[in-house]
Design a protein around this ligand. Sequence first.
Ligand SMILES: C[S@@+](CC[C@H](N)C(=O)[O-])C[C@H]1O[C@@H](n2cnc3c(N)ncnc32)[C@H](O)[C@@H]1O
Length: 267
Amino acid sequence: MSLDVRSPLYDDERISLPDEIAILSKTFNGTVCSAKGDEYAIKNNVVDLMTQEKSYTLAQSTNHWKLTASVYEDIWRVRSLSLLTGELFPIEKEKELLKKWVNPQPGLTYLDVGCSTALYARSLKKNEPECRSIALDFSTAMLEEARIKAEADEADIYLIRSDAREMPFFANTMDGVVMGGTLNELSDELKVLYECRRVLKNDGVFFMMHLIFSDSWYGRVLQSSAEWSGINFWTLKQSNELFERAGFAVEDQFTKGIVCFSKLKPV
Ligand SMILES: C[S@@+](CC[C@H](N)C(=O)[O-])C[C@H]1O[C@@H](n2cnc3c(N)ncnc32)[C@H](O)[C@@H]1O
């Protein structure tokens, strides 16, 4: 299934990404361009649609390091929810919830925003091999690691390097948007949420996992030090106000410790 994206330079211009880019058993190198001639590199199946480098917070910078990308999922992500909730919370349970709330369907398109190693994008594609799954991040190191993991999983996904504050997609084109832990790391969370709302279809679903304020004093101490590196936390009420401001209503939600899962619907 080929994918039409929006030129990062010319809002009305379309760039067609051939299906082969998402076939990860074959290396794809080349370029793509819009009718205006703006050209973008594809290296090892990763489509680079970033037009300029941004300034990054400390937390964001570490995600650009190869070392972080290579250990992120196997050392941290698979255990993170058990550590953060203080109870056994295997990654399989999170993937089951993702499947239940997103319910991926053949022929539909799903976008993993701030994907890191594309845990969610891979999982959706494994659940429904006939869907189209897109993983977006601004870290090349993370996308390269996502590519390795997706090929090993035999999950053919599109890997797009772009800034979530200006996503290279046309309005109302995604059937589902998913975001795992990324909200806390964004520099401009409302802008990214507006972008998610813009690209999501009116009957689409937005799966969100994020961290909320801790109510224990030691949790607050830890969170205050994380805030210094550019990680943000909100209370549940503040989080829901943020979702509402961006045009979403909470359809389902639960928290375990500081971890919050939300199923959001466009209003
Ligand atoms: C906490 S990690 C996400 C983890 C991943 N979603 C998961 O479930 O394992 C946050 C990711 O968001 C990316 N990121 C942060 N701000 C971004 C932005 N404005 N545009 C694109 N990616 C961004 C970082 O590079 C990082 O890989």
